[in-house]
Design a protein. Structure first.
Length: 87
């Protein structure tokens, strides 16, 4: 089972584009998948994230917002999936 990251952002957001580009090598290295969610398509997500985008989440835990925190993302991706899913 591959790991999955969620990127909450906007289609017109240059910071979102920058984070996606910075994530590309990490995704290639780890084999993780990225799901991109446009917050503007869901009023609840707009309320939750609004001007904080992009927000990168793994297993419900926010790893970073605005700019990629490479060390934190690498640490999250290094944990085995079974370990990450335990409460």
């Amino acid at each position: 089972m591959s790991q999955r990251l969620m990127l909450y952002g906007r289609a017109w957001c240059h910071l979102c584009d920058d984070m996606r580009a910075a994530l590309a090598p990490l995704l290639a290295e780890s084999g993780a998948r990225l799901e991109v969610v446009d917050v503007d398509l869901d009023p609840a997500l707009v309320q939750r994230y609004d001007e904080r985008v992009p927000v990168l989440v793994c297993d419900g835990v926010e790893l970073c917002h605005y700019r990629l925190d490479e060390a934190r993302v690498r640490a999250a991706l290094a944990r085995p999936v079974t370990q990450r899913l335990k409460p």
